[in-house]
Design a protein around this ligand. Structure first.
Ligand code: ADP
Ligand code: SF4
Length: 677
């Protein structure tokens, strides 16, 4: 028996059978009901890549569960049926089972677009404190109406052909969770009070859904067994376990995780692969029904051991299936070294938070399956094979090289550094960012196996080198450097540091001489993503007294979208890093409140500026002026500094354009809006 054969065993889930143990669990794609074709193609790609079950995202069962700025799927009435049927067909055509996550957002709904009242167990504000709305306590009639709507949605889903119908009580994102939780359920009728009462609605909806399924579809319960960090939250050794015990044999499948979403989708900076197992492990001991669980699983050996040890029956993945839709097929074909492992950065998650279609750092084709026809594993072989020189082996240059090789070109990749990877190699040495190196490792692995590739390290190229090389095309991916002049997202003009010693993240990453332990520094965050917080952590670890200062109202603002902000603040507190928000650097090395303009006094010797970056485009500019060179283009941070995801996407896009794809400003299809429907 092969080492991974156990992962390819079929698993019976109630009346249906999954062809293997790879289970792509529900996750948001940001396409929602307005752009269904993109979501359908994305999920079909997972089915093509070998996932035995492919799930839709949260699908609103009725109009009073309108999640507004989060583009969810909808199954409000029969008009939604044909779209879901197309999705089912696309997924099933590859032999996978299709699952649908039926959901009512309860106190998470906003109903901005529908204008309907927000429903919850009690009269309480909605669960986004910044949204000035309240939920109304559902009457018994409202509860009966909700059950009717859930049943109707289940019937529509069954008619659309789904194999697995979900009942959703997870992530604090569902009306059923809100009834379950003591925090949100303050009722004193049959649906409130003790756990058996708070659980009543969940049990009823499960029974309703089983009745609709009538032994034709499986019914899955997605349930968060623990809510770490919430004082009123369920505990896996308390009420969370009691719920599983009470309902043990009712659903056909238990899909278990932890809540809220920031706990469930924790990043690699703060959690290891398999981080949920300590909470979910007990479920298999309580039920005879199959259990699927998640935890950013990318290691086939861990997956096998989880099945063999009876900890999970199905390997649940959201992010690993996003980063590599072909993960199952690669394991099956003994191509383990070609798996594109999720780096746990949560760029995918941040897109949902921002209300736009999903992107992935590792998989630049994600979200482009339908509108650009991109495939994560293949590129059309170019009609004209070219000899291409790529300068810079950071994420942009590496991805461009990998994709050019796939398209059949001959590629030489050169980098001034003695290791490939550019920023991902440098950043991976910072606290918590080790997984960033996977961006490099996957691509190097794919490049090194190619006969048409040549990689030169420790090779800083000049324009004379480019001319001598005589490539058909030159791609410049020389990256960017952190600015030391104070320019950042809020300060668009340089600032005077008043004679203080100034360093940037580049000093820290290059291992240049850093201030002595015990000395005081300010890490000034005018970038607002992860870098300032990571540098602060690094310097605190070296024994410096660190004050983190930001002109914005919260710490590392964008990390709210990657679900990391709370943990960053916790870590600052644990490391003794002081926090000053709404404070800006105003010149002369001094600070002032952005609210009152009054001076804010901070004692420090070293100013660590984490603001904007300057493109390293000297080579590009010089190359443009050289008439003997053919086509020269720049990509990634040397073009416009941004995220690693942006650099990878730029590298991929460039390779496709060199291979003949359109370089129009809008080289993609748009979802057609049918007027009057
Ligand atoms: P990106 O994120 O756009 O991929 P990075 O900063 O990660 O950019 O990578 C840029 C890479 O380019 C670095 O590894 C750097 O060593 C390399 N580089 C910069 N200038 C040159 C040059 N003139 N010749 C060769 N490599 C260069
Ligand atoms: Fe993983 Fe990051 Fe891709 Fe999300 S964006 S799937 S976390 S690599």
């Amino acid at each position: 028996m092969g080492r991974y054969d156990v992962l390819f065993e079929p698993v019976k889930i109630g009346p249906v059978t999954a062809p293997n143990r790879f289970y792509a669990v529900p996750h948001a794609t940001g396409h929602g009901w307005t752009q269904p074709d993109a979501a359908i193609a994305l999920r079909a790609m997972k089915a093509e890549g070998g996932w035995g079950v492919v799930s839709s995202q949260m699908t609103e069962i009725s109009a009073d569960s309108d999640l507004a700025s989060h583009p969810m799927d909808r199954i409000w009435d029969d008009r939604d049926g044909p779209t879901h049927a197309r999705q089912v067909q696309a997924v099933k055509s590859h032999g996978a089972l299709a699952a649908i996550e039926l959901a009512h957002g309860g106190m998470r709904a906003r109903n901005f677009t529908t204008g309907l009242p927000i429903a919850g167990p009690s009269n309480l504000p909605v669960l986004r404190p910044e949204v000035p709305l309240q939920a109304t306590a559902m009457s018994l009639t409202d509860i009966a109406e909700f059950r009717r709507a859930h049943k109707a949605a289940a019937r529509r889903a069954a008619e659309a052909g789904f194999d697995i119908l979900y009942v959703y009580a997870a992530h604090d994102l569902s009306l059923l969770s809100h009834f379950l939780s003591e925090r949100t359920n303050h009722r004193n009728d049959a649906y409130g009070g003790g756990l058996s009462n708070r659980m009543r609605l969940l049990r009823e909806v499960l029974e309703d859904t089983l009745e609709v399924a009538a032994g034709r579809q499986a019914v899955a319960l997605r349930f968060s067994v623990a809510e770490p960090g919430d004082v009123f939250g369920l505990r896996h050794d308390g009420e969370g376990r009691e719920v599983v015990e009470a309902l043990a044999e009712l659903p056909d499948l238990w899909d278990v995780n932890i809540s809220g979403w920031s706990q469930d989708s924790a990043t690699s900076r703060f959690t290891e692969e398999g981080f949920q197992l300590e909470f979910t492990d007990f479920v298999k001991q309580v039920t005879n029904k199959p259990v699927v669980g998640v935890g950013r699983f990318t290691s086939p050996d861990l997956m096998v051991s989880l099945v063999r040890q009876g900890r999970l029956d199905l390997i649940g993945c959201a992010r690993p299936s996003i980063a590599d839709p072909f993960l199952p097929q690669k394991i099956k074909n003994d191509q383990i070294d070609q798996i594109r492992e999720c780096i746990g950065c949560n760029i995918c998650v941040s897109m949902d938070g921002y209300g736009v279609p999903i992107r992935c750092t590792q998989n630049p084709t994600l979200g482009e399956e339908w509108r650009r026809g991109w495939h994560p594993e293949n590129l059309p072989v170019s009609a004209a094979t070219k000899n291409i020189l790529v300068v810079g082996a950071g994420p942009a240059g590496l991805e461009c090289t990998r994709a050019l090789l796939l398209a059949g070109h001959k590629v030489t990749l050169a980098d001034a550094a003695d290791t490939a990877g550019g920023r991902v190699t440098r950043e991976a040495a910072l606290p918590g960012l080790q997984a960033w190196a996977r961006v490099r490792d996957y691509r190097l692995q794919m490049i090194n196996r190619h006969a048409n590739a040549e990689l030169y390290l420790s090779s800083r190229l000049t324009v004379a080198d480019l001319v001598e090389f005589a490539a058909d095309d030159v791609v410049i991916a020389t990256g960017a450097s952190w600015r030391a002049d104070g320019v950042g997202s809020t300060a668009l003009r340089p600032l005077d540091p008043g004679g203080r010693s100034v360093i940037t993240p580049d000093h820290v990453m290059d291992g240049r001489t850093l201030p002595d332990a015990g000395s005081r520094c300010v890490v000034y965050d005018d970038d607002h993503f992860y870098m300032a917080s990571v540098v602060a952590e690094k310097l605190a670890g070296l024994g410096l007294q660190v004050t983190y200062v930001t002109p914005l109202a919260n710490v590392a603002t964008w990390t709210d979208f990657t679900l990391e902000q709370g943990r960053i603040i916790e870590r600052f507190n644990a490391l003794g890093i002081s926090i000053e928000v709404n404070v800006s650097l105003v010149g002369g090395g001094t600070f002032a409140s952005t609210l009152t303009a009054k001076p804010v006094s901070i004692d420090y010797e070293t100013l660590v500026l984490v603001g904007a970056r300057q493109p390293d485009d000297t080579l590009y500019t010089a190359a443009l002026a050289e008439p003997r060179l053919g086509k020269v283009q720049r990509i990634g941070d040397c073009h416009a500094p941004g995220t690693i995801q942006g650099a990878v996407l730029a590298g991929h896009t460039c390779a496709r354009q060199i291979s003949g794809e359109s370089s129009d400003l809008m080289p993609f299809k748009r979802q057609e809006i049918v007027p009057g429907k």
